[in-house]
Design a protein around this ligand. Structure first.
Ligand code: HEM
Length: 397
């Protein structure tokens, strides 16, 4: 449906009223009790009241002379022409009627490193591309650092099915990776470096905050990880690309992304409320900029709580009703300054019961896996390392 002009919107008036009053639209899932976000999509009370009054008044057309011009949507790049475009290197033929995850590693051929201020992923074929991550592969490494295959320490716990991987059913189980005596298993502490850019339903291009940039070293490769959704119909092809926008020069601060995951989670069959935790103790002063919670169909909620070295606790983000269909990024209005020695506790709950309408199979025990019908408990967190204060300033304190 289109809500761009009166004629198209009018038949939806009652549904619009209901959707904005009950907060279903625009989509936004952060609990307003915690944190403020620069991309908060919620309407103000006055805006909701205006829509309600319009519908209750018979949803009239109003004065045509006051009608605003419809917004113009860019056909291709939403941010305008990129400085450089790198694509997957082939017109890839998608196997009909199958969910597929494909990896394409392509050379940047950069002879010099580049600072980028933004990256936009352009799906080559929107009918089949569900989501895309573009991961930076440093010259020496053959694989992207955040791909499961690139974590040799994890390999004995993995099963591969074609290009998909999952954690073995008999792998050790650690739902609470924050517990004092949690077993020492790979990737349950620290973090892995996250992707350069991501394209997911409802997610805008990755535009980095003013004064920050990401670094692409000379000779780097880019790995595209693309989920092609199960599409019936004739054979489709895709040539997805990423547009890179150069920063004017070296930034004041280098933007980075960490991935925090608990690979050793396990959800029993029919379990309505399995808790899974993952913690990170910061080894450096850090500024946190944004959070993207990521789970699959059984994901129920996710909360990010910080414990400072003085014991003070603060919830930075709570998403009480996670919805797989909306992969939103929550950008903090003010970056959260985190002192070295602070601990971030990420707590998620999963509903594997028949009461979860999105649950594909409540009868199954669920472990970590690439497939949407399996699960993930991961968070992508954009951050800046805080530079030490210059000596003169430090002396004044
Ligand atoms: C004030 C702003 C908005 C209004 C008035 C609005 C209105 C609506 C209405 C009336 C529906 C049908 C709900 C129903 O099934 O009863 C709907 C569904 C939908 N809207 Fe919105 N919407 C808004 C913002 C957005 C935004 C910002 C997005 C995308 C980022 C979006 C994406 C969708 C999608 C994908 C659906 C269908 C999926 C679903 O029902 O969950 N809408 N919207």
């Amino acid at each position: 449906m289109s809500l761009l002009d009166y004629k198209s919107a009018r038949p939806w008036a009652k549904a619009i009223r209901a959707a904005v009053i009950n907060g279903k639209m625009p989509p936004w899932f952060a609990d307003p009790k915690h944190g403020q976000f620069s991309n908060d999509a919620r309407l103000s009370a006055m805006q909701i009241e205006t829509i309600k009054a319009w519908v209750d008044g018979g949803a009239p057309a109003g004065d045509a002379r006051e009608m605003p011009a419809p917004p113009v949507f860019a056909e291709g790049w939403r941010m305008g022409k990129p400085d450089m475009v790198i694509d997957i290197g082939e017109d890839f033929k998608i196997t009909q009627g199958q969910d597929a995850y494909e990896h394409f590693t392509v050379a940047t051929n950069f002879t010099e490193g580049k600072w980028i201020r933004a990256a936009e992923i352009l799906p080559g074929n929107r009918q089949v591309v569900h989501h895309v991550h573009v991961i930076l592969v440093q010259d020496a490494a053959a694989m992207a650092p955040s791909s499961l295959e690139a974590m040799p320490e994890l390999s004995k716990f993995l099963i591969h099915e074609g290009k998909l991987s999952r954690i073995r059913m008999d792998a050790p189980v650690v739902n609470d990776a924050c517990a004092a005596g949690a077993p020492k298993l790979p990737n349950l502490t620290g973090f892995q470096e996250g992707a350069l850019a991501s394209f997911l339903p409802g997610r805008p291009p990755d535009i980095f905050p003013a004064g920050t940039a990401k670094w692409i070293p000379p000779g780097a490769k880019l790995e595209f990880v693309i989920h092609y959704a199960n599409t019936p119909g004739e054979r489709q092809t895709d040539r997805t690309s990423v547009g890179l926008y150069l920063a004017p020069g070296p930034p004041e601060q280098v933007l980075r992304r960490m991935d925090l995951r608990n690979f050793f989670m396990r959800i029993p069959a029919n379990e309505p409320n399995q808790e899974v935790k993952r913690c990170l103790t910061f080894e450096k002063d850090t500024l946190l900029l944004s959070f993207t919670p990521h789970m699959h169909y059984r994901g129920k909620d996710m909360t990010y709580e910080l414990i400072r070295p003085n014991g003070k606790r603060e919830i930075l983000l709570a998403v009480p009703r996670y919805d797989f269909n909306w992969q939103l990024v929550y950008r903090l209005m003010q970056p959260a300054r985190v002192e070295k020695g602070s601990t971030l506790i990420v707590t998620a709950h999963f509903d594997n019961s028949p009461n979860n309408a999105a649950n594909p199979d409540p009868g199954k025990v669920i472990r970590w896996g690439d497939k949407t019908e399996e699960e993930m408990m991961t968070s992508w967190i954009e951050y800046l390392e805080v530079k030490p204060a210059p000596p003169a300033e430090a002396a004044r304190r």
